[in-house]
Design a protein around this ligand. Sequence first.
Ligand code: SF4
Length: 930
Amino acid sequence: MPESILLKQFARCHLARVFFTDREAWARECAVLGVEPAMSDVEYGALVWGTDASVDIPLWASVCRGGEGGALLDETTLDVVRFYKRLGYAPQRLDGNPPDYIGEQFRFLEYLYAAAINGAELAHEADEFIALYALDTVKAVSEAMLGASSSPEVAALARLMEEAMLRSGAELPLPEGWLEGLESFGWIMRPPIPEGEVREIGHASFNDCGSKCHLVSRVAEGCVLSIEPNKACEEIRFTGCARGRAYRYTFLSTSRLRYPMERAGKRGEGKFRRITWERAAERIAEAMKSTRETWGPGSRYVLPGAGVCATARGDRFLRNLLSLDGGQLSFYNYYSASCAIHATNYIFGTWMCGSAPEDLRNAKLIFLWGHNPAENQFGPQLNSILMEVKARGTRIVAFDPRKSDSVLAYANEWVPLLPSTDGALIDAMCYVIWSEGLQDQDFMDRFCLGFDEAHMPAGAPEKECYRAYLFGEADGVVKDAAWGESVTGVPKETIARLAREFAAAKPACLLTGFGPQRTLNGEQTYRGFAALASITGNVGKPGGSSGCGCIRDAHGAPYLAGREDPHGVTIPSFLWTRALEDYRSLTEKDGLLGGDRLASPIKLIFSIASGMLVNQHSNINNTVRLISDEERVELIVLSDVFMTPSARYADIVLPAPSFFETENIVGPWGADDYLLWNNKAIEPLFGCRFEYDCFRLVAKYLGLEEQFTEGKPDMRAWLEEAYETLRGEYPELPELQGLIDKGYYVYCDRGRDVAFRKNVEQGVPFGTPSGKIEIFSPRLYESGLLPGNPRYTPCDEGPADPMRAKYPLQLIGFHSKRRCHSIHDQNRLLRELDPARVWINPADAKARGIADGDLAEVFNDRGTVRIPAKVTERIMPGVVAIHEGAWYKPGADGADEAGSINVLTMSDRATPLARANPQHTNLADVRRAD
Ligand code: SF4
């Protein structure tokens, strides 16, 4: 190639590289191209730094090759790196970008041309690289940037890049001495660099999945080539799921937050300006100080979040810092299982009422009630064990308004019932059992309080025992199968048959999920489950169950010690928008602890690895109205991995690394009993930092760094301390290095495999005040919050609500196999697996003129969701369902177009005891969208 062409190519590549890597230098170089450097930081950031939620420029060869769903750091990136190395070029992570970043590609071409000018024969290699990678990247980037910006700078850059690719175009008016002034002009050819090996790295994914798998990635040159469940573990069969196999396309995606940012547009507009970590930390520290001084410590609130379910969690470090700085408004309850936890504490004296999944092998009959492990995942073993016991002939009956994948996969019989009527079905079954003399009277007499008058506590009122309610002694209504049918929609013959079957099968397991308790009467439903398990004498027996058994008394995982909060005021987590609306209205009656009412409004909100700011809290339109008000909320600080719907509403955005980029310890979720170690597989992308480092900087600005770090040099030291504390409790645990080397540890002590076995076999009292299973709860009776016994209580927006005249359909959510709550929603591979649809029965669809696939609007007074209909017999008449977690996306008329069910769920009422979220208790209607 003639030297003059090489010079031009070198200059073009250098200029293009400068645009993508050095904002200030580019402004200076604009003169070379004859354009005014007029682009604002916000505009530039949208194109190069990902600071605009609506602009997505494919800046990497891997993404250009992979199309919309392409992952960063994939096989294409590896090919690019190997190309670089073969020609002696050591790849760089420019601004933390993967090495196939367009800026780095230009830097490599700059190297080739400089080396060629300086005597090496490299022109052919430059052509090859352009043909293989750079041309595609440049085309895709130019097209996307020209679509997003009308700036003359972008047009000039696009021309320049095209000329660099095609080796054509006008003369470049380079200033005198400009070339010689460039350091890269002197680069020479270097010898090939050896390629890195492919390594296997163990992970513990710590997103909020109902399972927790040990996984293995194949990694080379910082590129993640695959991720699979660890099949080498002999003690536990980690099967993984579709989400796990697509992790790369979620966590290494272009929807990653890249650099710290502050809001540049209106709140919610999704426009940001890049800032330094120092500036972010300084602003957070200032806001913490000013809100404390002006409004009091209770004006600072950290939302609950489960994006990181592991020992080291950013929200826990932040809470500790706020406690050091005077305190915060705290919360109790998580959105998953609050009714179950509160109710079981009253019934059994503990909320850990589950048995090991292996114990299902001892069951003769399984009632799978409101439980959907095939789509949701509930421990790595449950699905394969259900398959196994079904194949061996154990009968499985599934209760669910929707014929879920679990029903299809495991059940011999599907029993659809109306949402929120589970308690009535239980009552009717208990009546059948008792009226036919099928109850386990010995068990009831020995271990239970309040089934009948003879076993009520001293001084208890008459006709408050469960039997009096069932047999209509108090209200004149016998809760027989016909009554059950009238409430639940389940035929009375089915109710009677299944009741007899459950009573006769010994042992029988009532395996329940959390769905049925996420209703306005959720506590009573769980009390009913305990009653059915107890009346049949199945509690504490191998193969039986407590009826409330998602969570097991397992050994536990290392936990970061929390600091006592000096403010000491706590609200139920679900009521945070009530507190935003009118903080004075929130009192002890609403479950406020530590005061009789809130003393200050919430002014500073932190959202750390949480979807609760917008997507996962009920009634999204209401939440958005509240948080958009910049006078109501002074500052919203968010840390996340992705540009989520919540991130759009933040004022300060902190980019967190994914589990590929950090180390952590992970415990199982629910019923299993092991620990996992997550290795860091790659260095953090872009400018991402784990929250601990940011909050450490905030602590420094507040003069609290020493107290915050407690002298520990880094996060590893916190993990070590937490692990050693747990090891003190369970000496069977290996040293931390043993856990790291193996990647997992399965506890040997199996003494906790059957819940309440000791209580039943050895007579150890239950943890309640009476030492019995409290079917009748004196404490609840006296509280007036719930009835004394487990009876069914109809609820607002249930099937008996007069509001059905306006909104005749019950609307429920369900977990999609393509997401863990809202995580993975942007993963386009997984979208194919389970697209957003409203499930509707053919009878309801026909009445509304809706055919399968028609665009439909699901609506109520809270909002509208517009998505296609799935007309299917797999949902019972009168009920519609949308999977939860889709990223809220309002269209021009405000209707959500993503299928975000929380646009339609209620936030103005909470459950009576737990004050929990009733997200499956909603009335709505559906119409065809024209
Ligand atoms: S999403 Fe859950 S079940 Fe799937 S691989 Fe990850 S931890 Fe396992």
